[in-house]
Write a protein that binds this ligand. Structure first.
Ligand code: HEC
Ligand code: HEC
Length: 267
């Protein structure tokens, strides 16, 4: 009787131990999964990875062509003629407050300002192939540089805050959901909804523009926000220079501060 009791205490002890070990394994596996989530692009298969790689190189090549083209505008000045050797590492600090535009501007918006005012040309349609190709090329010049939001503090806090509020706003779309309904903890946590992976949004701003499998083209962060807004919140897509889209991008970029820019690169 006494022996039995001792034995059962012992086996209970062992069972508890096994349970704790298993629990620890599950927890560490979960953390590993979450941490590695943004280190590398996740593709369903090798074919998808191949398509993305090919399309990004194609866009990069087009972007470089535009950068060196003296006929981009009407005054014979290429982007390269004023920004030699691609000294555009400041791409790491967009969106950025532009006093001259009196607003926070994305890199695409800044390129349009440059082509009109410096090259005396026509602005690109935001989100078009050429506009995105140029952004991808300019971002690639800043590859490896950590994202560093060098905005005046006042504007920086104001716009990040605006984006954070919109992120949790259930009135933003038309299905009473907010970004936060899927992207938990302000987007800082990986999640699953109906067995679909909802990516952790930390660090992702450093990977745009990139090829989107869902959209079948190279997109900017602004376009990904619009995509979720339209497809997951039943909202209407916003113009890509809309203040709310830019505010979302500011908030999302704040989740990537310090993260090294890692867009496609030309060999
Ligand atoms: C005639 C000379 C000239 C040409 C041509 C020109 N730029 Fe610029 N660009 C400037 C000057 C000057 C500035 C302001 C520099 C500053 O803000 O410190 C500037 C600023 C910029 C910035 C902002 C940089 C920052 O500090 O954030 C970007 C981006 C940019 N140009 C892109 C382009 C692109 C893309 C083209 C080609 C379509 C182009 N530029 C053509 C002269 C030029
Ligand atoms: C119903 C769930 C859902 C909602 C709501 C939602 N998203 Fe998403 N989001 C996803 C899924 C799923 C993906 C994965 C890729 C895809 O489907 O485009 C994603 C991807 C993203 C990405 C790209 C991440 C990467 O790895 O590059 C960003 C950025 C993003 N969402 C932002 C937002 C913003 C901002 C909102 C609110 C306007 C929002 N999402 C609302 C489900 C959602």
């Amino acid at each position: 009787m006494l022996k039995n009791k001792k034995e059962s205490t012992q086996s209970l002890f062992m069972l508890t131990n096994t349970f704790i070990i298993l629990l620890l394994m599950v927890i560490s596996f979960y953390f590993l999964l979450n941490c590695s989530a943004n280190r590398e692009r996740q593709f369903a298969n090798a074919e998808q990875a191949e398509i993305a790689h090919r399309e990004e190189l194609k866009a990069l090549t087009r972007g470089r062509e535009i950068w060196f083209d003296p006929d981009t505008g009407t005054n014979g000045r290429s982007c390269e003629s004023c920004h030699p050797k691609g000294e555009m590492t400041r791409a790491k600090s967009y969106p950025r407050y532009k006093h001259i535009l009196r607003t926070m501007a994305t890199l695409s918006m800044t390129h349009n300002f440059a082509v009109v005012n410096e090259s005396k040309g026509k602005p690109w349609e935001l989100g078009s192939y050429d506009a995105n190709a140029l952004v991808l090329y300019v971002m690639s010049l800043a590859n490896g540089k950590p994202i560093q939001m060098a905005w005046p503090q006042k504007y920086r806090d104001e716009w990040i805050n605006r984006g954070r509020i919109a992120f949790a706003d259930t009135n933003f779309g038309n299905n009473s959901q907010s970004c936060e309904s899927c992207h938990l903890k302000g987007g800082k946590k990986k999640n699953f909804v109906n067995s679909k992976v909802i990516p952790n949004l930390k660090g992702i701003a450093a990977t745009y523009p990139k090829y989107s499998i869902e959209q079948g083209k190279v997109i900017t962060l602004e376009q990904q926000v619009n995509y979720c807004l339209e497809n997951y919140l039943d909202g209407l897509p916003l113009p890509l220079d809309d203040v709310t889209i830019v505010a979302f991008c500011c908030y999302l970029t704040s989740l990537s501060e310090g993260k090294k820019i890692a867009v496609a690169r030309l060999n």
